[in-house]
Design a protein around this ligand. Structure first.
Ligand code: SF4
Length: 407
């Protein structure tokens, strides 16, 4: 695993971060104020290059911080410009983000900045595709929206829950798409049964990369650690998503913040560093469309401070103390005893709504659940699911909350 940016010194980092530690990244001496009009080009006083890591056996090196373009990029072109200037050259999108305005915004940016496309490693997903014909249609539509003739890494399945979906038909489609040079690499994203999906992928030579949920919470599970290791050993790149996990307002959360703020980190920076401390991870994807947050993430990646054993213990304890507020996506445990209600998916939509503030996506995804299933969500008996849930989640109460807020 290579670190391309060997020369980013602690001093250089502090200069970027405003010489007051990575918790204070605004008011940088390196960058001008970012209040310029939308889309206006602003060059940094000195260009940045973020550390890069190899994407498994592909050998390609990409920035270890990925920009999740899960925001309306049509109206927020400046974030895209800043990302390029600050070396965040791995971008991830999906046709479903902001109703297509993520991909359309990227297309708008490439139209205005044709040279930028060459610097970027572009990823998107076949969100909602049901078969390979759908995957092909989604790919063509994404390329059209993003004004590009290829996707660097295409997640042809968005939200894999069962490795059996990685079948021969899909493999043939991947081979042809690579021959046609419309995609360079292929993989899938997964939020559910993540360890099984990763383990399945590790046995398939045609999977180049995976995008699993990977954060300080799920990283405590030995099964997931084994699966990530199997992917790493098989040369499969891992792009971590949902790296910030879910915030739980509590005394434990306060203690976590206090611990890291004493070291000069924000909570988000500490979470990002925790994920990237795992060298099996090629890149960590963080998706918020605000400048201060992007700058904090860049500063965290430039900072060379390593987390101590104590820091890791703090995360481990916090994860244990607040586990009953986090769904780990292990649908194979609760799925068969929840009256057909896709509990794990609904929990994720609630997370989009409550923690990420992405109400539109949360409601859109909830509306895609068949009406018949939604109708029984309030009356289904979740006792068996609750008794099996390793996170001890109050499933009945949360399903009730989902119907009230997302319907
Ligand atoms: S509700 Fe519990 S058992 Fe079901 S997916 Fe979430 S954590 Fe796993």
């Amino acid at each position: 695993m290579s670190e391309a940016n060997k020369n980013v010194s602690r001093r250089g980092f502090l200069k970027f971060a405003g010489a007051a530690g990575i918790g204070s990244v605004i008011g940088s001496k390196v960058f001008a104020d970012s209040n310029e009009p939308n889309g206006q080009k602003e060059q940094p006083a000195q260009p940045l290059e973020l550390p890069k890591r190899k994407l498994g056996k592909t050998g390609v090196e990409i920035s270890c911080l990925a920009l999740g373009v899960a925001f309306n990029a049509v109206d927020n072109q400046i974030i895209l410009r800043k990302a390029v200037d600050w070396g965040v050259t791995t971008w991830d999108s999906s046709p479903m983000y902001e109703n297509g305005n993520s991909e359309l915004g990227i297309g708008k940016f490439f139209e205005k900045n044709p040279d930028a496309r060459k610097k970027l490693f572009l990823m998107t997903k076949a969100s909602g595709a049901k078969n390979v014909e759908d995957v092909e249609k989604h790919l063509q539509a994404s390329m059209e929206r993003m004004k590009t003739d290829h996707i660097d890494l295409y997640f042809g399945i968005h939200g894999l829950s069962n490795p059996a979906q990685l079948n021969d038909e899909m493999k043939k489609w991947v081979e042809k798409a690579k021959e046609r040079k419309v995609i360079k690499y292929f993989g899938f994203s997964t939020h559910t049964n993540v360890a099984d999906c990763l383990m399945g992928a590790s046995k398939l030579e045609w999977i180049d990369a995976v995008m699993p949920i990977y954060n300080f919470r799920v990283m405590q599970a030995p099964k997931l650690i084994d699966a990530a290791q199997a992917c790493y050993d098989a040369g499969i790149g891992i792009i971590a998503m949902k790296t910030q996990a879910q915030k739980v307002e509590s005394d434990s959360d306060k203690k976590l913040m206090e611990h890291f703020s004493a070291k000069g980190f924000t909570e988000g920076q500490a979470k990002l560093k925790f994920v990237l401390d795992d060298k099996r991870i090629t890149a960590a994807c963080v998706g918020r469309g605000d400048m201060a947050h992007l700058k904090q993430n860049v500063a965290a990646v430039l900072d060379k401070t390593e987390l101590t054993q104590l820091d890791k213990e703090v995360f481990k304890n916090y994860a244990a103390q607040t586990c009953s507020a986090y769904c780990a996506g292990c649908a194979n445990i609760c799925g068969s005893v929840a009256a057909g209600v896709p509990v794990s998916d609904v929990m994720r939509y609630l997370m989009y709504y409550n923690s990420f503030g992405d109400t539109q996506t949360a409601r859109q995804l909830f509306a895609e659940i068949p009406q018949q299933t939604r109708d029984k969500m309030l009356t289904a008996d979740y006792a068996a699911a609750e008794s099996r849930c390793p996170q001890r989640l109050p499933i009945a109460r949360l399903m009730n909350q989902a119907v009230r807020t997302l319907a």
